[in-house]
Design a protein around this ligand. Structure first.
Ligand code: FES
Ligand SMILES: [Fe+2]
Length: 461
């Protein structure tokens, strides 16, 4: 037996970290929530939308984070600029935006004209017109009238902004997440649907409902009938990822896809149908249809790894026939990739071969630590020209369009937030193996915030 890269990965992820506790300040303190503006949100790279949302030169979208609003505009075929969304004359917000939503504007612009006194800015942010400019006696310069610039860059088809004057390059910031996710070709996927809502919890509570597999057994009991799924979590620099252990008899590279127990032909089909009907995410109709055919195409007693191989091959062929080409992902990368990545601080990508389920959470502009804005977006690989037209749809808790699985997650959020404020709750005790993404999030946050690092569980204050 050779010691493959996969074995090495497995050893690392199976190693137990020491148990820690995380204080509640980061979740419930208003002072902490206020401090996040300067120490965190004005320092980090934030995902603000997709490249394809602003397809033409002059297309733009806006992104609001606490007191800051950013305009991201396409300035060339592959060029983007980002500006603080504020007129340099008397500080009027330049482009009015609906609160919470971040839909791209449905029309392109050649310039941005302020609605108050008409100062006008080019797509590049340069001020091109001031009414009665001479009254300033020459004191208005290209520099002091230019919209304040914001760093913008692209990865995986997403636009990222950074409000810091001199941020580290996005490519460095995303290491090693981008390296492992690049082969998935996320930039080729397009929105299948996207919904946003408000939660009565801190943005970290919302994200932490999705960054571990430990809750699945209890919060989503329906999945237990498909088999028991043990998950792992790994710190990856600023970021982290999670995945499922390989079912017995399958190598790590196949463990991305949960196969279930019992007759694998039947459990695969049942789980695919359930997942599609109750989440409309993390699978595709092609995979569902191919799974449903397994019982006809394979004899009883076919071992699980053969079922998986057959299922994926026939789905891949079905997709190829309709012009959807699956990415080719090296086996060692597939093994390391897991099922989802948490990009620091507030973006999660659940990457599949032909689809992705993504979450982001932002603080509420009121600075109330008990509230956040949450976004769920599902992406898929489509045949060219068959991408659905979508926009962000406000879909509150309780709306039937969430189906049944996500509401199970939603049901914990306000209850966790409330519980964390209890006199009887000293701090969380995350699972040192399966909830490592949360531990790493708070460790990384503490480097920005100066407080809140996870402490050894047995050492006390
Ligand atoms: S505030 Fe924009 S033109 Fe006066
Ligand atoms: Fe969940």
């Amino acid at each position: 037996m050779t010691d493959t890269k996969d074995d090495v990965v497995r050893e690392v992820v199976e190693e137990l970290a020491s148990p820690t506790t995380i204080g509640v300040e980061a979740y419930v303190s208003e002072a902490y929530a206020r401090a996040e503006r300067d120490k965190l949100w004005r320092k980090v790279w934030q995902q603000v939308g997709r490249v394809e949302e602003i397809p033409e030169v002059g297309s733009y979208l806006t992104y609001d984070i606490l007191d800051d609003s950013i305009v991201v505009v396409r300035t060339g075929p592959e060029e983007f600029a980002a500006h603080h969304n504020v007129c340099m004359h008397r500080g009027r917000r330049l482009v009015d935006v609906p609160s919470g939503a971040k839909n791209a504007c449905d029309r392109t612009r050649k310039a941005f004209v302020c609605g108050f006194h008409g100062w006008t800015y080019g797509l590049d942010g340069a001020c091109t017109h001031v009414r009665e400019r001479d009254d300033w006696q020459g004191a208005l310069t290209p520099e002091n009238t230019h919209l304040a610039p914001v760093h913008v860059d692209v990865w995986g088809g997403w636009l990222f902004v950074n409000l810091d004057d001199d941020p580290e390059p996005l490519a460095d910031y995303l290491f090693p997440a981008a390296k492992i996710l690049d082969p998935f070709g996320l930039e080729n996927m397009r929105f299948k649907w996207r919904k946003w809502l408000n939660f009565d919890c801190n943005w970290k509570v919302a994200l932490e409902a999705f960054n571990e597999t430990y809750h699945v057994f209890t919060t989503h009991p329906e999945f237990n009938r498909f088999g028991e799924f043990k998950g792992w979590a790994k710190a990856q620099g600023k970021h982290s990822n999670i995945g499922y252990d390989a079912p017995k008899g399958l190598d790590e590279t196949k463990s991305k896809i949960r196969l279930g127990s019992g007759d694998p032909r039947i459990s695969t089909a049942e789980m695919q149908v359930y997942t599609m009907e109750e989440t409309n995410a993390t699978t595709t109709q092609t995979l569902v249809n191919a799974a449903k055919r397994l019982v006809d195409e394979l004899p009883e007693g076919t071992p699980a790894n053969k079922v998986l191989e057959h299922w994926l091959t026939s789905a891949r062929n079905d997709d190829a026939a309709r012009g959807v080409v699956w990415p080719t992902i090296p086996a060692d990368i597939l093994g390391q990739s897991g099922t989802a990545w948490q990009l620091f601080p507030n973006f999660q990508i659940g990457q599949g071969l032909t689809s992705a389920l993504c979450y982001s959470a932002r603080p509420d502009p009121s600075y109330d630590p008990n509230k956040c804005i949450f976004e769920v977006a599902v992406f898929e690989l489509y045949p060219k020209g068959e991408e659905p037209a979508t926009e962000w749809v406000y879909t509150p808790v309780g709306d039937p369009n969430w189906f049944s699985v996500l509401p199970q997650d939603f049901s914990n959020m306000a209850a966790v937030q409330q519980g964390m404020k209890s006199l009887g709750f000293p701090g969380t005790m995350p699972n040192p193996y399966r909830e490592r993404s949360t531990v790493n999030l708070h460790y990384q946050l503490s480097k920005y915030m100066g407080v809140g690092a996870p402490r050894d569980l047995n050492e006390g204050e």
